[in-house]
Write a new protein. Structure first.
Lengths: 369, 348
């Protein structure tokens, strides 16, 4: 070990004037499998500033969850992680378990999708919250319990004293997720990573959980990485957005940049494929095909086979994220400037059926009825 | 057989399908050897609606509200405790299995999970042809129909010899739709057909359903928990809460002016993918979780979570919510709503 990690606020080793709490650069994660090397994350870079919410959005298999597991050092031993993750200037990639343990739960905490798997079924929730408090602070049992009650009040759990003696299975899904949030904020972390925190829940409960997350952030001042496939949640919560596709960051910018002026065809198609609650959408724009296999990643831009703008260069040269409408609005596309003022339906086909086959089928089955 | 009386949900005359006072109770049994019945889950209570030819009715609600049970009762996959389902003028809850089988030419279902609903050991050609075989169409006929169906839903006919595991989730759902269409039904019951799919794939299946409906004149019962999807696809919507329909009406009217506090809370809870709009929205949040369907609240079932009940009503008004079941009727908001104190609100 080269240096001791000292994370007391005085010893903040980030360069002065820097506002970043978490800086991820060129993070790459791969898993060796029988079929070959699975490249789950390929060179992702982002920074999280103090107190802000960074939304990471992507569909299944885009690598958004693996990225944050790598940040937390929670991947299995077989995973090959390279690149750099700096928490307030301290490198986390390659740090020992003992070092990471001092940071995890204390400075960076994580909320997972399924609260039933993050909570231990054989201990009361009060025990588990107190355990989180005592793991990082030298406090008495009674004080830890007091703190637990306080935390449950922050996330608006009714009659917290009684809830402390409940086991996880006695609580509803929404209540459990609020317990997980209470544990995540127990030590006033600087960063909370929330991985699909509302996905398994009903919409009215989802709204309650988003509210609890807001309260937790207000109480701790923590910055948050919010990972979700739900663009609505991102729109409501995130200051800045990272869009991932096939293990790569393909677009990043403020929420306004990404939602109102997308410069990567994938982002545009994704926005156009969303049915809207606030207006009648005549045609959605599905993105044809499927994401590439992460085992045999083709050269060039991973979106090429599904991209209506694709040119020969896209098959050979992988574009790196480059500035578009502003210095902090990056998109990984050779032709991002062509997306200015383009609507999803201008670019993507909306018609999906084979009309002649459908007409044939209609004719063949008509005579029967 | 008497034709069903006109219903509040507002479909045109002579509906294709009419559901009247449908009820489903599931027994709750003790864990002992005797497995005594110790209670009942009131899954569906007095649900009535109509579906006209060629139209889409969206049935929405959160998990456990009874929407899928309702869908299954329409096909007699789940026997109804009481109530009637009329297809044209055939009452089908008391049909024999044989008579019901004949009716399955007319009503087909597509399930949520495209991984579970296709037989993994059957090639796709056979999966799609199976309903045709059961209902006795000729071999030659079958081959052309299957080929056209696969092409219609965007699959290559030469892929018909492959097995379901060789296809993606979106493609499997298209196969499920092709199978459901094979007999050229008039009504398709779609039970959360796109919930398991990523949005970019989901959009393809929704467009497919749109295009099929336009060409084939199908009627859909579209069951979903996703209000955005339902707004996109449905002509009319019925919102369910704890086994009852609480509000129903044309899609645009219901979203632009919801009158039931539950519908309002649902609409308000869904984040819009539009940062400026989303951050400026008024929020109605409900507290707590859905009450138990084993012992549902008296009177209005939503009152235990209702923000109007909690914040705006006085004691005599609350007593009314506790004691008197609100009927699903038009109360001055233009469409039927089951709330004593219904009031239009604009939330989008």
């Amino acid at each position: 070990m080269t240096e001791r990690i000292d994370l007391s606020p005085e010893a903040d080793s980030a360069p002065p004037g820097s506002d970043a709490v978490l800086e991820v650069s060129d993070l790459t994660v791969s898993f060796p499998t029988d079929d070959g090397l699975v490249q789950a994350v390929r060179g992702v870079s982002y920074r999280l500033n103090r107190g802000e919410v960074l939304g990471i959005v992507g569909e299944s298999g885009s690598g958004k969850s693996v990225t944050s597991l790598a940040v937390m050092g929670l991947l299995a031993g077989s995973a090959r992680v390279s690149g750099s993750v700096r928490f307030r200037g301290t490198e986390l990639v390659g740090a020992s378990d003992a070092e990471l343990t001092r940071i995890r739960g204390r400075h960076i905490s994580m909320i997972f999708q399924d609260p039933m798997t993050s909570l231990n079924p054989v201990y009361t929730v009060g025990y588990q919250i107190a355990e989180a408090v005592q793991a990082h602070k030298d406090v008495s049992k009674r004080d830890a319990r007091e703190r637990a009650i306080e935390l449950l009040e922050i996330v608006r759990i009714p009659s917290p004293e009684q809830r402390l003696d409940n086991y996880p299975h006695e609580l509803s899904g929404g209540m459990r997720q609020r317990i997980v949030i209470a544990i995540a904020m127990a030590n006033d972390p600087d960063v909370i990573i929330a991985d699909e925190p509302t996905t398994a829940l009903d919409v009215t409960v989802q709204a309650q959980i988003m509210e609890a997350l807001d309260l937790a952030r207000a109480a701790t001042g923590a910055a948050m990485v919010l990972i979700t496939h739900d663009l609505g949640v991102i729109a409501g919560q995130a200051d800045r957005v990272v869009v991932m596709y096939a293990g790569k960051l393909v677009e990043t910018g403020t929420a306004e940049d990404v939602f109102y002026a997308p410069r990567m065809p994938y982002t545009l198609g994704l926005l156009g494929s969303l049915p809207r609650l606030d207006r009648r959408t005549e045609r959605l724009t599905p993105i044809g095909g499927a994401p590439p296999s992460v085992v045999h990643m083709p050269p060039g831009c991973p979106f090429t086979p599904r991209c209506p703008l694709a040119q020969p260069v896209c098959e050979t040269e992988e574009p790196e994220p480059a500035p578009t409408t502003g210095p902090d609005h990056l998109a990984a596309c050779h032709f991002s400037e062509r997306l200015a003022g383009v609507e999803p339906a201008d670019l993507f086909a909306t018609h999906v059926t084979d009309e002649t086959a459908l007409a044939e089928f209609a004719r063949e089955t008509e005579k029967r009825s | 057989m008497t034709a069903p009386a006109a219903d509040a949900t507002g479909a045109a005359e002579a509906p294709l399908l009419s559901v009247r006072h449908l009820v489903k109770h599931f027994p709750v049994r003790s864990t002992g050897v005797l497995r005594r019945e110790i209670g009942q889950v009131h899954a569906v209570c007095d649900v009535s609606f109509d579906i006209a030819e060629g139209e889409t009715l969206g049935l929405v609600g959160e998990s456990g509200c009874g929407k899928s049970t309702t869908a299954r009762m329409l096909l007699n996959l789940q026997p109804a405790t009481s109530g009637e389902v009329y297809y044209r003028d055939i009452e089908l809850t008391r049909l024999s299995r044989r008579a019901m089988r004949a009716l399955r030419r007319e009503i087909q279902i597509v399930f949520q999970d495209p991984y579970a609903s296709l037989d993994p050991r059957m090639p796709v050609n056979e999966i799609v042809a199976e309903p045709l075989r059961i209902h006795g169409s000729g071999d030659a006929d079958r081959v052309t129909v299957v080929r056209d169906l696969l092409r219609t839903v965007g699959l290559k006919p030469e892929h018909g010899n492959r097995f379901p595991h060789e296809f993606s989730g979106g493609q499997r759902q298209r196969i499920g739709i092709a199978r459901a269409l094979a007999l050229r039904p008039n009504l398709l019951v779609l039970d959360e057909p796109v919930s398991a799919l990523d949005v970019s794939i989901q959009a393809g299946v929704l467009n497919l359903l749109d295009e099929l409906q336009a060409e084939l004149g199908l009627a859909y019962l579209f069951v979903s928990h996703d209000l955005s999807v339902v707004r996109h696809i449905a002509d009319r919507i019925a919102v369910m809460y704890l086994g009852r329909i609480v509000e129903t009406g044309p899609a645009d009217a219901l979203f632009e002016g919801p009158a039931h506090p539950y519908t309002q809370a649902l609409i308000s809870a869904i984040p819009l993918p539009d940062p400026r709009k989303e951050r400026a929205r008024e929020r109605i949040t409900v507290v707590g979780d859905v009450a138990s369907p084993v012992d549902p609240p008296s009177g209005c079932r939503f009152r235990t979570r209702c923000p109007t009940f909690a914040a705006e009503l006085d004691e005599p008004q609350r007593r009314r919510c506790v004691e008197e079941l609100p009927e699903l009727v038009i109360r001055g908001q233009g469409h039927p709503v089951a709330c004593h104190f219904a009031r239009l609100r604009s939330l989008l």
